[in-house]
Design a binder for this molecule. Structure first.
Ligand code: TXA
Ligand code: MG
Length: 324
């Protein structure tokens, strides 16, 4: 599967492919998305198939202008409008009641009467959306339950054999800026609820709308959001969290200064000077790198649980679930 540089000519080609039921992986500021026309049932079905995604897990609709939002949802509470005015385009996904006269495929919504939307803050994503001039669904462009891709090469590694050489495409625009997925907030609940902590800090959101976030909601049997099954975002190796040093046979994923005597270990460091944004940006690519070294276990240093560290810990906890 060839990777295409995300220049104007290739973005035009990508739009043409999308209009012909093709699939296009494209960069956003969070992670790479796997795009298809949100209104096209066949294309949406292919997205689920290519990812191996359970069909009860709905997709995020991506848009480039507010007019599109207005036609897709029932009505927008004033606070939500304030929130998106401030943070769109950006790493914020909102869930609202779906307007049944809109044409988002019900398969993309997993048959729910709600819909998730986001306006990505990336010039390539916005240009592609504008050229197609129709909403695109775009789950993270990885095999279901694997780590989200932060580069075009990650997408290729996961999905190359499943995509069509002629009708599908991977657009490359380097490494993504944030490295973790968007924050998902459900506004269909009496109290707005954080379904997934992500690129936009919950404390900033709470300044405009008070949200509830319960960490212990990570519930295997009945997740709040269909996509919030506990085991998710998993490397092949198992994770040992809050570690101080690696044990024999483990790889090391550090944060802050590394322990001494790591010479014989496979190792990476998320951020030597404890910068949480840098750690978020590195997390998935470093886990993918360590995974390729065929280690059985990765020992991960404790990460501060504040700001984007909350989203980092959410991914690490899910990645560590069901494994010892
Ligand atoms: O940053 C992102 O959000 C990336 C980029 C590509 O935009 N996309 C992404 O999509 O992470 P995905 O499909 O990997 O995750 C979407 C999440 C899932 O947890 C899904 O269950 C939830 O959003 N979701 C989608 N529609 C929903 C709905 N109607 N109600 C509740 N949760 C919903
Ligand atoms: Mg995903």
């Amino acid at each position: 599967m060839k990777i295409y540089k995300a220049n104007n000519q290739n973005i035009k080609l990508a739009a043409t492919l999308l209009n012909n039921e093709g699939i296009v992986a494209f960069p956003t500021e969070t992670v790479y998305g796997l795009g298809a026309l949100a209104s096209n049932k066949n294309a949406v079905k292919r997205i689920y198939k290519v990812k191996g995604r359970p069909n009860n897990n709905p997709l995020i609709v991506h848009i480039y202008k507010i007019e599109q939002l207005l036609s897709i949802v029932e009505n927008i509470p004033l606070d939500v409008m304030k929130l998106i005015k401030k943070y769109w385009p950006g790493p914020l996904t909102i869930v609202l009641p779906y307007n049944t006269s809109s044409n988002i495929s019900s398969i993309a919504r997993a048959g729910l009467n709600t819909v998730a939307l986001r306006m990505p803050n990336h010039p390539v994503a916005l240009k592609l959306l504008k050229t197609v001039d129709a909403p695109l669904i775009a789950p993270s462009a990885n095999i279901s339950q694997h780590l989200s891709p932060t580069s075009a090469q990650h997408v290729k590694n996961d999905l190359s054999s499943k995509l069509d050489q002629k009708n599908d495409m991977i657009l490359d625009s380097g490494n993504t800026e944030i490295g973790l997925e968007s924050t998902v907030i459900d506004f269909t609940k009496a109290i707005p609820t954080v379904l997934r902590p992500g690129g936009l800090n919950i404390s900033l959101i709470n300044k405009i709308v008070k949200t509830s976030y319960v960490e212990s909601n990570i519930n295997e049997k009945k997740p709040e959001s269909p996509g919030l099954f506990k085991k998710h975002y998993s490397p092949n190796a198992s994770l040992r969290l809050n570690a101080d040093y690696p044990l024999k046979g483990e790889a090391w994923l550090g944060f802050g200064e590394d322990p001494k005597n790591l010479n014989n270990f496979v190792k990476m460091n998320l951020s030597k000077n404890k910068n949480l944004e840098e750690a978020a940006k590195n997390l998935f690519s470093m886990l993918r790198y360590l995974d390729k070294k065929n280690v059985k276990k990765i020992a991960v240093k404790k990460i501060q649980n504040k700001g984007i560290g909350i989203a980092i810990n959410d991914r690490l906890n899910r990645g560590a679930a069901n494994k010892s």
